[in-house]
Design a protein around this ligand. Structure first.
Ligand code: SF4
Length: 73
């Protein structure tokens, strides 16, 4: 599973990502995205998440792979 990551130093708060991913993000009063949860991207939202990453005008969004499973010993 992937997780959405916002680079807060780059985000300029235009709110496009919250429009594209309302299931994961809401827009605050200044247009900055506020996560609804831990930003894990369910498979059904992968296309929308990739579109949000591609369309972010500040290149502030990326998807990171979340590795799940037993901890290494
Ligand atoms: S689309 Fe990019 S710049 Fe715009 S609010 Fe989202 S993360 Fe910030």
């Amino acid at each position: 599973m992937n997780r959405l990551h916002v680079d807060w130093t780059a985000c300029d708060g235009r709110g496009l990502c919250a429009e594209l991913l309302p299931e994961l993000l809401v827009e605050d009063d200044w247009g900055y995205p506020v996560p609804r949860g831990d930003m894990s991207v369910p498979p059904a939202l992968e296309p929308a998440a990739r579109q949000a990453v591609d369309r972010c005008p500040a290149l502030a969004l990326r998807l990171t792979r979340v590795v799940t499973g037993p901890a290494p010993v």
